[in-house]
Design a protein around this ligand. Structure first.
Ligand code: ATP
Ligand code: MG
Length: 248
């Protein structure tokens, strides 16, 4: 059984040459939950993901995986190997490869380059790729070139490329930006399927209807600190949150 806490942040500060992007941030993200992080532009949301993934070092304060692994002491590659996977806005899929080949490439990631080209996939790896194609809703056309997919489908493929490695922490920065209403709805359904007692899902989004649909708990950041935390209903009715963010 996993410990309850996946990502533990305590008293975190991040300064960029004197500018405080994150100020005394404390939060606790648990396995089994979908956590939304919302807040105005510049609130520090992406910077928090940068710290969790080792791209940016804390100026001070703590950031842990499973309360035991000090992420400030690991580099990006090591953090990724520990099962923390992050989706950027621009998909890093290969347009000239088809859906299945993109997933095959992703499942081989972490091996040496030559090994990657030569090695055959195990039965278990094939099974995993099939399972992920079902999950992301792209199983009907595994041979379709990624470059010909819609914007939404590319995002789902990118999520699929994360999922083949069974990440225990999934970080999604603005996953529905630029999507049609229909694609946004499908993405909400996909995120619901990603929920697992063994996994924490963190979603940064500005689309509040989407957040209300997917999030178990919402954390509102403002000027690098937590302004409010709770259910979407609670957050929607919080006068301070309305004042700095939702009311605008
Ligand atoms: N590498 C950096 N160097 C200097 N300043 C930075 C750096 N990264 C972020 N910042 C600043 O830190 C603040 C927080 O930025 P961040 O990208 O975390 O905001 P955000 O909440 O993700 O906003 P948005 O909703 O617009 O994506 C901003 O004022 C930004 O300009
Ligand atoms: Mg951002």
């Amino acid at each position: 059984m996993k410990q309850l806490t996946a990502i533990y942040v305590d008293g975190l500060h991040v300064n960029f040459s004197g500018f405080a992007a994150i100020t005394n941030l404390t939060m606790d993200i648990r396995y089994g939950e979908v956590r939304a992080i919302i807040g105005p532009n510049g609130a520090g949301k992406t910077t928090l993901l940068d710290v969790i993934t080792g791209k940016t070092r804390p100026t001070s304060g703590e950031v842990y995986l499973d309360k035991t692994i000090d992420l400030s002491r690991h580099d990006e590659a090591s953090i990724s190997r520990h099962g923390i996977s992050r989706k950027f806005q621009k998909p890093s899929i290969f347009d000239a490869l088809n859906i299945e080949q993109n997933l095959e490439l992703a499942i081989r990631r972490g091996r040496g380059y030559v090994d990657m080209l030569r090695s055959r996939l195990s039965g278990e790896q094939h099974r995993k790729i099939g399972e992920v194609m079902d999950l992301i809703g792209l199983a009907a056309s595994p041979g379709q070139l990624a470059g010909t997919l819609s914007h939404g489908q590319k995002q789902w493929l990118e999520i699929g490329m994360m999922l083949v490695a069974n990440p225990q922490v999934l970080l999604l920065d603005e996953p529905v930006a630029g999507m049609s209403d229909h694609e946004t709805q499908r993405t909400a359904e996909l995120i619901a399927r990603l929920k697992s007692p063994e996994r924490a899902v963190v979603v940064i989004e500005h689309d509040m209807d989407f957040v209300g649909q997917v999030a178990d708990l919402v954390t509102v950041l403002h000027e690098g600190s937590v302004l409010g935390e709770g259910s979407m209903d609670k957050i929607r009715n919080d006068p301070r949150v309305i004042q700095v963010y939702l009311g605008r």
